[in-house]
Design a protein around this ligand. Structure first.
Ligand SMILES: [Zn+2]
Length: 421
């Protein structure tokens, strides 16, 4: 039995012993940990869904005593309550090692001046990076979520050469720099590592255009359920996120949860080394395309090439499924827009309507107002060709759309919800 599988097996035994909900699921299928004899057998185990964490809330999903917990992290849940995950001393040590692996893969080195613009609170991302950077011997500037102007001040004064942030916030920094007469290309930035939100390829191009082609822009995939960042990590080549071999990954059909034969499917993840909060066969809701080809960096681990969407990223408009990331790609490919947009959904007269408010790009002509209606109609036509549904496009002035300091909310859904009675 290899080391990884042996560790998984031990973890499964602890889940079976401590987690009543999962034990009941296994009993229903008439299996015990003894029936899982090889990696192949993992597929026989029941699926865990996000809602399971909220049934015996907040302690039901633990495989250790609460006395062993050293820190709690939390992320948004499904029931209005946050999902809370605790870590033991071993979990914290393991996570720190994972983050070091992640940071090194991004090209970050000892002595780098690293600014963290992710929240350093309950959210697992910011503090995980903080711990990893500490153990690597980097200089840390934990600006977290202070005003963008002040973050920029520290970047300039302390000569930040690595920025850790979310993609939308990176573009916000660019914008604030522009307003304050700072050319971000003059900053000594070498690496921008993003997480927290998904970065589309178009967004990566925008960031590179803004900060300079010589700045490496890569991303990371993680979730609080699995202790934070480090499930998938891009190397310096930025061509897909290498899956971390410390987990078991499966690709399944999102509906049937049966193994898919192709390279596209819903990602199912099982923890191997988590002590406090091990999860078996977690249905992530993330639809991904994976490649098994060798990367330019020489690594052979499978890579997530792209996200086809997240369940919470998918909109159903007039019966058509559209991912927010697809709309983003559409807008970002358009020279008339900058990076700020919002999607507004209404159901006037019981009919869905989709409106996109997008800010014009400062490079388009000053007298754009004259041709505004014409532009909007043109883009509506293009939208219909691409997505097959009608939209209302409004090109708005720069800085019209709200820019929160935290996570952005791109979709405003004002449609009447069906309430079960
Ligand atoms: Zn690589």
């Amino acid at each position: 039995m290899d080391k990884k599988f042996a560790s998984f097996k031990k973890s499964l035994e602890r889940v079976y012993e401590h987690n009543k909900l999962y034990r009941d699921k296994m009993r229903k299928l008439n299996i015990t940990p003894d029936d899982i004899k090889s990696e192949e057998d993992i597929q026989k185990l029941p699926i865990t869904e996000k809602k399971d964490f909220f049934i015996d809330y907040p302690y039901g999903y633990y495989a250790t005593s609460q006395a062993d917990i050293k820190v709690y992290h939390a992320s948004s849940g499904t029931t209005g309550k946050p999902l809370i995950v605790g870590l033991t001393e071993n979990d914290m040590k393991y996570r720190s090692e994972t983050i070091v692996k992640d940071l090194k893969m991004a090209g970050i080195q000892k002595g780098d001046v690293v600014q963290i613009c992710l929240g350093l609170g309950m959210f697992a991302g910011g503090l995980s990076f903080y711990e990893g950077l500490r153990s690597m011997g980097c200089k840390i500037i934990p600006t977290a979520t202070m005003s963008t102007k002040m973050q920029l001040f520290y970047m300039k004064e302390l000569k930040t050469n690595v920025l850790i942030s979310s993609p939308s916030h990176v573009m916000r920094i660019y914008e604030v720099a522009l307003e304050n007469g700072i050319d971000v290309k003059d900053l000594p930035l070498r690496i921008i590592r993003v997480g927290s939100e998904l970065m589309t390829e178009k967004m990566r191009q925008k960031i590179k255009e803004s900060f300079g082609d010589d700045v490496s822009v890569t991303q990371d995939y993680g979730m609080t359920e699995f202790l934070g960042p480090g499930l998938g990590m891009e190397c310096e080549y930025g061509c897909g996120m290498h899956l971390n071999d410390d987990f078991y990954f499966e690709l399944v059909d999102p509906k049937t949860k049966k193994k898919t034969n192709g390279n596209i499917g819903e990602l199912i993840i099982s923890s191997v080394y988590s002590e406090a909060f091990p999860i078996v066969r977690y249905a992530t809701n993330d639809l991904v395309e994976v490649t098994y080809d060798k990367c330019d960096c020489g690594r052979v681990s499978p890579r997530i090439l792209r996200f086809l969407g997240r369940a919470d990223d998918m909109l159903k408009v007039k019966g058509v499924k559209i991912f927010v990331s697809q709309i983003e790609d559409f807008l970002f490919a358009h020279p008339k827009f900058n990076h700020q947009y919002e999607i507004v959904l209404n159901d006037d007269n019981y009919k869905d309507s989709l409106t996109i408010n997008a800010e014009y790009h400062r490079k388009i002509s000053k007298d754009y107002q004259k041709y505004l209606k014409e532009y909007e109609r043109e883009i509506e036509e293009e939208f219909k060709d691409v997505f097959g549904i009608k939209s209302h496009i409004h090109i708005v002035d720069i800085k019209t759309i709200e820019r929160p300091e935290g996570k952005v909310r791109r979709v405003k859904d004002y449609r009447t919800k069906m309430v079960p009675v």
